[in-house]
Design a binder for this molecule. Structure first.
Ligand code: SF4
Length: 227
């Protein structure tokens, strides 16, 4: 099956309507070629990644199609910059640099629990047993994200607890707006104001620091992140 036929079939199976698919594919065709560098290598990586995921992980492709179909222009462009370019097409360079400097490949994602507290009490969940004292210290959280960025990890999974109970978590996303955050939330704290703030434009991407990373302060130079 041709990639485009496969993409449409994955989208339909994930519940996208014909109209959604039309909007998603038009948007992808209009945005991606001008967003990806013209050396041909990035486009080839993107295509290879797409074909692999169509077979191995079609839900990831469906997720991309849903974002393309429904996100605002600002959010869509951020998704292209931070995920499609940062994680899919350029990560290979960051991985190679970290491997050369530190001797290992960085993981694709880092899972963080800024808070373990939650407003709900779902059966079987242990979140009820945590209080504010167990929240991650803000400066530690920022330090971990800074070092993740330096190691070439741009895809951050935020879970908990309910992440939106963490004070000003939006400010954290804004301070690291070159990274992509996948947030596991019960969505009960996402009102219109918060949705507006989460979708507003943030500064662009930050260049990855040049040169070997031998001066990280947390022990990453020895192959470990020491907190
Ligand atoms: S919403 Fe999630 S974190 Fe909160 S109680 Fe339910 S399962 Fe636990």
């Amino acid at each position: 099956m041709e990639p485009m036929t496969k993409i449409l079939s994955v989208g339909l199976e994930a519940g996208l309507s014909q109209k959604d698919l039309e909007r998603a594919t038009t948007r992808i065709i209009q945005t991606l070629p001008s967003s990806i560098s013209g050396d041909g290598e990035s486009s080839a990586r993107l295509l290879a990644g797409l074909e692999k995921n169509l077979t191995d992980n079609p839900m990831l492709v469906a997720w991309g199609l849903k974002v393309a179909a429904h996100a605002s222009d600002t959010v869509w462009q951020k998704f292209v910059d931070n995920f499609v370019i940062g994680v899919v097409t350029e990560r290979k360079n960051a991985v190679a640099t970290t491997k050369k400097d530190l001797g290992y490949h960085p993981p694709v994602t880092l899972v963080l629990n800024p808070t373990m507290r939650c407003n709900l009490r779902c059966n079987g969940c242990y979140a009820y047993s945590f209080n504010k004292n167990s929240d991650m210290d803000r400066s530690l959280l920022e330090k971990v994200l800074t070092e993740a960025r330096e190691l070439g990890i741009q895809f951050i999974t935020i879970t908990g607890g309910e992440p939106f109970l963490y004070p000003d978590i939006e400010g954290l996303f804004e301070n690291f707006s070159d990274m992509i955050f996948m947030v596991y939330t019960n969505a009960q704290y996402i009102d219109s104001d918060r949705a507006r703030r989460l979708s507003r434009p943030c500064p662009g991407r930050y260049p990855r620091p040049a040169g070997p990373r031998t001066e990280l302060g947390t022990g990453a130079e020895s192959g470990k992140i020491v907190l």
